[in-house]
Ligand binder design. Structure first.
Ligand code: 1YM
Length: 645
């Protein structure tokens, strides 16, 4: 099989054409890596692993592989091994080179280039295409294919082959081995995070019941390994989420249904807990669809309809009662929807939304029929779930009344801004910023230090509401949060209208200590729960005041971390070092210089990219179970301040 390959080295005139095309393709990836992997930060780095693992998962989905091993080797070399058929080593007729070489050198080669190889359609629609991108962005990459008693191997550097695919001895096993070292010329850092990989791989293990996924860290001092295999699939996923967040569940067993229709299949698992949060995770062909799509629409429609129909038939909902709404029936619900289909269509800017219309009907009829059946067969569970939904509906009514009250008051006060708000002069929201500052004294300093043209200051005072346990009705009455809501001007919850936002940059500015980080967490929790579009649109920032001031004569410098302090103090040679305990210790000029001056300041933009992780962080930090919170803070102490959600 490897024979004809020998003719394919680059000196052979006949193949120049295709060869040049190949080089151009991967050059494009190296020129604009962001286009292919999103970013060259940690997210992009980990994306490389997912691309390769996805190919192995596809092989598992096709039924040929049941074990995938992912290893972080010393020096951050990654290795992914599967026990599938091995990427084909035979010559791909169109390009005249081995299929495996095509997979690693031709952009968007994906797989499954039709013809004889297309017996199994690509699950993700995008799968297989990533291998060449990983290759292009690696200092070096090797692939080994074990099949029919032999190994074939090939090595590449920055996407270019060292030599053609060649036999490399005998092998008693089957499968594909890919090893690579991410290119330090491309990535900001190349250190893999075990936990990040673990979260993603565990998700894949849940979604592919019966497939074993092993993650091993072999880096010195960080050695650990975990092997995951969940026979329970997405049911185990729901169970895991509740356990991890220490949430109390309201019923057993977990609701689980699945249906098949032609080549498509849909699975749903759900369970209620006593929190007020909804967690709905949907997947299409194992790809997370955070923006929802047809499968989520079908699910939501069916839930609301089934709850109302069954509830009326059984007398849970009385004739005079209003219907339950979608948010009522999903309060406290954790649900996983997983659909598999050929030709999945991913829509939207981030391709995170499923578009296939046939999925709406499939999921809707599945959930409607089977949920009613579940209620019939589990009356105690049905009672607990209806109690929850009905209490959510009552809270919604109460919130509406509270809101009307506030609105009337606001009208009476002729749209007055909160008394403590010091507004800026500029009226164009796109140009303005608001600093939300804990405490009157820091607020005073910020007021003096700001650029009054574009920067508004809102000091917070009073006791903070623990939003984790609050519903909208409580927020409307809260004296600490209402000024924030009023000042931002865009409303909250279902009524939010981002076009009314009065400042496009919203800064949380708090002390660099435990209390400060608590305030920061609470505000972010509030935004996360009640003003999520604000986070999604990237309007929220955390200001970063310096931790230290270093002074030697007239030379004054600021350090934002212990490392920076150590470095600066070396540079300056025994300066006077003072540690800032709070914002209040800085004078107005220093605060402007270090923290508020748009030309100089260090800021952290808060995103909800990973809403699931954020939700979890908040729940653990705010929830009423002390033990998980203590554990979380102990293991994440250094991150708590940044709250890098
Ligand atoms: C560690 C990464 O890539 N495994 C893998 C990939 C493929 C196959 C098997 C495979 C697919 C098919 C037929 C097919 C791929 N093959 C291709 C292509 N693990 C990893 N395991 N035989 C083997 O889809 O028909 C792309 S991915 F295109 F060459 F067929």
């Amino acid at each position: 099989m490897a024979e004809p390959v020998q003719n394919l080295n680059q000196s052979n005139q006949e193949y120049d054409g295709s060869q040049i095309q190949v080089l151009e393709g991967l050059e494009a990836v190296r020129k604009r890596p962001g286009m292919y992997i999103g970013s060259t930060g940690p997210r992009g780095l980990h994306h490389l692993v997912y691309e390769i693992v996805d190919n192995a998962i596809d092989e598992a989905l096709a039924g040929y592989c049941d074990h995938i091993e992912v290893t972080i080797k010393p020096d951050n070399i990654m290795e992914v091994v599967d026990n599938g058929r091995g990427i084909p080593v035979g010559i791909q007729p169109k390009l005249g080179i081995p299929a495996v070489t095509v997979v690693f050198t031709v952009l968007h080669a994906g797989g499954k280039f039709g013809g004889d190889n297309s017996g199994y359609k690509v699950a993700g629609g995008l799968h297989g295409v990533g291998a060449s991108v990983v290759n292009a962005l690696s200092e070096w990459l090797t692939v080994e294919v074990h099949t029919e008693g032999k190994v074939h191997a090939q090595r590449f550097q920055r996407g270019t082959e060292d030599a053609p695919l060649a036999p490399a001895g005998d092998s008693a096993r089957r499968g594909t081995v890919v090893r690579w070292k991410a290119d330090a010329e491309i990535f900001e850092e190349t250190d893999y995070d075990y936990e990040t990989l673990l979260t993603r791989l565990r998700e894949q293990a849940f979604l592919n019941a019966g497939v074993r996924i092993t993650l091993t860290d072999e880096r010195p001092g960080r050695e650990q390994t975990i092997s995951m295999m969940y026979e329970g699939g997405i049911k185990s996923f729901v169970e895991h989420i509740h356990k991890r967040r220490s949430l109390t569940v309201l019923h057993e067993p977990i609701v689980y249904f699945m249906a098949q229709s032609g080549d498509s299949c849909a699975e749903v698992a759900l369970q209620y807990n006593d929190s007020y949060n909804e967690l709905l995770l949907s997947f299409a062909n194992n790809i997370h669809t955070p923006d929802g799509g047809t499968h989520e629409q079908g699910f939501k429609t069916a839930m609301t309809r089934a709850f109302n129909d069954f509830g009326r038939a059984k007398g849970y909902i009385k004739d005079k009662d209003e219907n339950l709404q979608g948010n009522d029936v999903r309060e406290g619900m954790t649900a996983i929807i997983s659909v598999k289909l050929t030709d999945a269509q991913f829509e939207g800017q981030t391709k995170a939304k499923l578009g296939n219309t046939e999925m709406r009907g499939l999921v809707e009829s599945l959930v409607y029929e089977k949920l009613k059946e579940y209620f019939e067969e589990n009356p105690a569970a049905a009672k607990a779930i209806y109690d929850k939904a009905l209490s959510a509906a009552r809270a919604r009514e109460a919130a509406k009344k509270a809101r009307e009250l506030v609105r009337r008051k606001t009208v009476m006060e002729s749209n007055r801004m909160p008394g403590k708000l010091t507004d800026c002069r500029e009226r164009d929201p796109a140009l303005t910023e608001i600093y939300i500052v804990e405490g009157d004294s820091a607020g005073g300093t910020a007021k003096q230090g700001r650029d009054s043209n574009i920067q508004a200051i809102l000091p917070l005072w009073g006791k903070m509401l623990n939003v984790e346990k609050a519903r909208l009705d409580k927020v409307y009455g809260n004296e600490k949060l209402m000024p924030v809501v009023t000042a931002l001007g865009c409303g909250i919850g279902d009524e939010m209208d981002l076009s009314k936002l009065r400042y496009h940059k919203v800064f949380i500015m708090s002390d660099a200590d435990v209390d400060g980080s608590h305030i920061c967490t609470l505000l972010l929790t509030f935004f996360f729960r009640f003003m999520r579009p604000l986070l999604e649109a990237g309007h929220v920032y955390v200001a970063q005041p310096p931790l230290y001031k270093l002074q030697k004569g007239k030379d004054v410098r600021y350090a934002f971390s212990d490392e920076e302090m150590a470095r600066l103090s070396q540079e300056m040679g025994e300066p006077r070092i003072s540690r800032y305990k709070g914002l209040g210790e800085m004078n107005a000029e220093q605060l402007w210089e270090t923290t508020m001056d748009p030309a100089n300041r260090v800021i952290v933009q808060i995103s909800v990219d990973d809403a699931e992780l954020a939700d979890e962080t908040f729940t653990i930090l705010m929830g009423d179970k002390v033990e998980p919170r203590r554990e979380f803070i102990e293991t994440n102490a250094k991150y708590v301040k940044n709250l890098d959600i």
